[in-house]
Design a protein around this ligand. Structure first.
Ligand code: NAD
Length: 693
């Protein structure tokens, strides 16, 4: 925090890197310096600005739910002190004023900004509403329509779009501070009361219609997320009952939302994303290897999507295939994907061509000699991976990172095909690789720390949520999903049908139930993996019903029939009597007496299967923290965001209840999976603790 004076103007610069979060120390510092300026008779006006890269990223959310958030001066007190200042306060905004930062600026008498500065009230994204006057002052500053759009979406707006004089009094094109001080001197000379946003009328031509449109806009989401509705309610209350009443309503709304499981889940995901990028034994400043050129081997389903990630970020890719037709097919698919983006207006034709130019297609491994990172995405067969990695060992330059996209093979075995296992890492993308957010970064027994740091930094550059996983069959995500799917198949055998099971878990909030999902991905893929696991682990008993389905040619949407029937060219899943008969017959053969299964049992068995395996993964150190597992499930498996992932959900339910359910299923079914609950789960349940503490 610095305090200086220029021509009778006090400049208060608050500084709390990286984004000037308004934590307790910062708030107290601003209040103290305001007083200093007010006490100095030489000072005629005050400029409030942020040091470093931005004005302010907002309240410090690490203080939420801690006494520090409420310690005086809290944000309300600070804003009230700014607003009540007898000397004019000018907020000088550069780059970003977000959340509490914008609310602070709205308390100032005047605002000046640099062109391109962004403002936002993003609280809704963590299940909250702007709780320091934002729902009351923003509508008064920019009108009902624009304010509601910003508050309900949480999306930013740029200063130029708001340069009509209602929010910003001046856009400063030169040096911000110089401009702000000159502006402050000019307005200090003005007579009359200081303008306060709170005193303005809310501009709106047809407020009822605007509010109704906002409510209609959130109708589907509001069943799961209460925050957008509360935002509208708070704005409306202030509109109808005035600023002070609105402020009280806003406070009540904020306090209520803070306690909701949905907000807890969203904050968990927000912090989980940041926490995932931190690896406990890899220091934050570990030097990274420069990545300027990337090799991708295999231009199939995954290789093409993987290459797109890099070229989208401007990184050139050498794309290697075995035959010209395979290479041409891969390139055509990439082009087709971009063309669809052009049709949707997300990309221009020039951008498409520029991106395609970043790909160097080749049939020769020699072209990989200059690559800094090579990602292998060839067939999932160890012998093929062996050939590829032996070649890479001979060709790749020293220090090049060698990555495999394998889903199920042992990364340490793959690394041992080279004499540089320290440079080998797993980069497990999810399909479609150019769309899915998740990247599991698989850490081999010998993977070097700087290799991990490099891959994590690169993941950020290509906008992925990267989560580190140790080596085990299926890594974090697929190892857990195996247990989930096993339960789904057992439920069929015991009395359930695909449509009922899918409906129950979709009502819980999953984007898609296991059978609809399997029809989309292709039932043959899961069947092949189960067969391999059946050979490798004969002790793991599986329902064979899914294999029967494949034997009947029902591979899913691609064959027009899977767990469901599909009309030609359509994707609507229609329950199939043929499949239902097949399931009932299978139960009969197995001697299972079919029974009615309730939705609660379906949800518990599917979700607690994830939780139990997740607990084992955590205990074994495959995942380093529970939130990493949740991030895998939120970004890669359609787990409902409002529940925060399987591990947070288990904490919310209470581990003792999870444990009791598992014991119940163990007693009822004799299923070995339930009979051996994770030791960590049992221990934490006994201690009354959760995974996320
Ligand atoms: P795919 O069959 O669609 O593509 C593999 C491509 O690799 C083919 O085009 C093939 O011609 C090429 N290829 C084979 N051997 C090669 C060699 N020696 N050199 C160069 N190219 C070679 O397979 P896919 O679905 O893209 O899977 C690739 C890898 O990604 C596998 O390890 C798989 O387990 C993994 N993976 C797949 C998915 C998925 O959903 N499909 C998801 C995550 C990971």
């Amino acid at each position: 925090m610095t305090y200086s004076t220029q021509d009778g103007v006090a400049v208060i610069t608050f500084d709390n890197p990286p984004v000037n979060g308004l934590n307790h120390v910062t708030r107290a510092g601003i209040v103290e310096n305001l007083k200093r300026a007010q006490d100095d008779a030489q000072i005629v006006a005050i400029v409030l600005t942020g040091g470093g890269k931005v004005f302010s990223g907002g309240a410090d959310i690490t203080e939420f739910n801690t006494p520090k958030a409420l310690a005086e001066p809290h944000l309300h007190t600070l804003i009230a002190a700014v607003e009540a200042s007898p000397k004019p306060v000018v907020a000088a905004i550069h780059q970003l004023a977000m959340g509490g930062g914008l609310e602070l600026a709205l308390g100032a008498h005047y605002r000046v900004a640099t062109p391109g500065a962004q403002i936002a009230l993003p609280e809704v994204k963590i299940g909250l509403l702007p709780g320091a006057g934002g729902t009351q002052r923003l509508p008064r500053a920019i009108g009902l329509q624009r304010a509601l759009t910003m508050i309900v979406s949480g999306e930013p707006a740029r200063s130029e779009a708001l340069a009509d004089g209602t929010l910003f009094d001046e856009i400063v094109t030169g040096d911000l501070l110089e401009g702000a001080v000159a502006f402050a001197r000019r307005i200090a000379a003005k007579a009359g009361p200081l303008p306060r946003v709170r005193d303005r009328e809310i501009e709106a031509t047809d407020p009822d219609a605007i509010l109704q449109r906002a409510r209609d806009g959130i109708a589907t989401a509001s069943a799961r997320f209460p925050a957008p509705g509360k935002c509208i309610e708070s704005v409306e209350y202030g509109l109808r009952h005035g600023f002070d009443a609105g402020l009280i309503r806003e406070r009540e709304g904020f306090t209520a939302l803070l306690q909701t499981p949905e907000s807890r889940a969203l904050r968990h995901a927000f912090f989980g994303e940041r926490a995932a990028s931190k690896i406990p034994d890899v220091p934050a400043h570990t030097p990274v290897r420069p990545i300027r050129e990337i090799g991708v081997i295999g231009a199939g389903t995954m290789g093409g999507g993987i290459a797109m990630n890099f070229i989208n970020a401007g990184l050139p890719v050498v794309l290697v295939e075995t035959t010209q037709p395979a290479l041409d097919r891969g390139l055509a698919t990439i082009r087709k994907n971009y063309e669809s983006n052009v049709r949707k207006g997300k990309l221009t034709v020039e951008q498409l061509e520029a991106r395609m130019k970043l790909i160097r297609p080749t049939l020769s491994y020699d072209d990989l000699k200059t690559a800094d990172l090579i990602v292998e995405a060839v067939f999932e067969e160890l012998s093929v991976k062996e050939q590829v990695f032996r070649k890479l060992n001979a060709i790749a330059k020293p220090g090049a990172i060698l990555a495999s996209n394998t889903s199920t093979l042992d990364l340490n075995t793959i690394a041992a095909f080279t004499n540089r296992p320290r440079d080998v890492v797993g980069m497990h993308f999810f399909s479609p690789a150019n769309v899915m957010k998740l990247l599991e970064v698989v850490r081999g027994a010998q993977t070097e720390k700087d290799v991990l740091a490099t891959v994590m930094a690169l993941a950020k550059k290509i906008c992925k949520t990267a989560v580190v996983s140790g080596v085990c069959d299926g890594f974090i995500g697929n190892r857990m999903v195996e247990q989930y799917l096993r339960q789904a198949l057992s439920l069929l055998e015991e009395g359930g049908l695909p449509a009922q099971i899918d409906r129950a878990i979709e009502q819980f909030g999953f984007a898609m139930g296991p059978f609809r999902m399997s029809d989309l991905a292709g039932n043959d893929i899961g069947s092949a993996i189960r067969k391999r696991r059946g050979l490798e682990h004969p002790e793991r008993v599986y329902s064979k019903i899914a294999d029967r389905l494949c034997e009947a040619g029902r591979f899913g949407q691609k064959t027009g029939a899977g767990w469901y029937d599909y009309k030609p060219g359509e994707r609507t899943a229609l329950p199939s009597t043929q499949v239902d008969d097949m399931i009932v017959a299978y139960s009969g053969e197995r001697g299972a007496k079919r029974r009615a299964i309730g939705d609660e049992e379906i949800v518990e068995r599917l979700v607690f299967a994830l939780v139990n395996e997740g607990a084992k993964i955590l205990d074994e150190g495959i995942a380093s923290k529970a939130s990493d597992i949740d991030m895998v499930y939120l970004t890669g498996y359609g787990f409902p965001l409002f529940r925060g992932g399987p591990m947070l959900y288990a904490d919310t339910v209470g581990l003792a209840r999870v444990q009791a359910a598992i014991e119940r299923y163990a007693a009822a079914s004799g299923d070995a999976f339930w009979a051996h609950p994770a030791a960590l789960l049992t221990r934490l349940a006994k201690e009354g603790r959760g995974f996320n503490r």
